[in-house]
Ligand binder design. Sequence first.
Ligand SMILES: Nc1ncnc2c1ncn2[C@@H]1O[C@H](COP(=O)(O)OP(=O)(O)OP(=O)(O)O)[C@@H](O)[C@H]1O
Length: 291
Amino acid sequence: MYSIIVNKCSGNGKGALIWKQVKKALQTKEIDYQVYFTKRSNHATAIVREINGGVIIVIGGDGTIHEVINGLIGAKTPVGIIPAGSGNDFAKALDIPTNAREALDRILHGKQQAVDIGRINGKCCVTVIGVGFDGKVAQTVNASKSKRWLNVIRFGKLSYVISVFKVLLSYKPVDITITVDGHKEDITNVWLIAVANFPYYAGGMAICPNAKGNDGFLELCVVHGMSRLQFVRAFPGVFKGKHVSHPAVKMLTGKQIEISSSTAMIVHGDGEIIGQTPIKIDVEKEALNVI
Ligand SMILES: Nc1ncnc2c1ncn2[C@@H]1O[C@H](COP(=O)(O)OP(=O)(O)OP(=O)(O)O)[C@@H](O)[C@H]1O
C-alpha cells in the first residue's frame, strides 16, 4: 500500500499541482493509495506516526521530507520522494527526477537504497545541518515574502541568495570550540559551520561537495577569519564547490561532532530551524530506506 503525504504549500503551491498529476497517473495505472494532506508545520511528522508499513511517498520539499523522516525514527518504512519544493536538495543529491511522473515511475519500479541520517538534539536530518550564518539565512528564507513570489515565477532558489546578502549586512562572526571525533579545536571569527550528510543545501549550493550520504561519515565546512568583502568574493564559488580551496575554509570529516560558541549560533537542519549552540551531532549509518 502506498501512503502519500502531500504538502500543497510546498514550492508555493507546486505541491498541489504535482499532486494532481500524480493522482491522475495513479488512477491510470490503477494503483491503490491513501493520501494525507499536511495542514500545518510539523503535521507530516504526526501523519507518519499513524501509518503502519507499506511505502510512504512524499510530495513536497526538503522541509516536508525532514518532518516525515522525524516521524519515522527507528522504522525501516521505505520513503519515495516526488520533489515539489523550491530547493529540493535531497532529491538532487539522490538524482531523483524533477518531473513528477518520472519520479513516480522510479518509486513504482525502483529499488531501495539505504541512506545515513545526521542526528542532532534528538532530531534527524538528511541533507545539511547549518550553524551560525547559515541558521540565520534559513530563518530569513523561511520568513521571506520574496520566496513566495519568486516561486511563482519559478525562481524560488533565488530567495536563498537574496537572504544570504540580507544577513551578510549585519552578521557578526563568533568564536567556537569544535570537537570532531574527540579532536578539540578553538576557532575564532567563525561565519558558519555546515555539517553535511549530502553535498547540497539552499537550492543547490555544494557546501560539502564530497559528502556521501551512505559512508557513515559527515563532512564539515568551517568558514572563519574572512572579511565581509572576502565572503562576498568567495560566495559564488559555493555553487560549484570551489570555496573548499579558499584559505579561510576548513574542511573536516567525522562521525561525532560537538560545537559550542562564545555567542549562541542559530542552527538549522534541512532548512528548518532546530535550535542554537551548544549542539552535539552524530551519524546513524543507513538508517533510512529511500525507494
Ligand atoms: N498546510 C500548510 N500550511 C502552511 N505551511 C505548511 C502546511 N503544510 C506544511 N507546511 C510547512 O511548509 C513548509 C515548507 O515546506 P517544504 O520545505 O516542503 O517546501 P519548500 O520550502 O517550498 O521547499 P524546500 O525546503 O525544498 O525549499 C514546511 O516547514 C512545512 O512545515
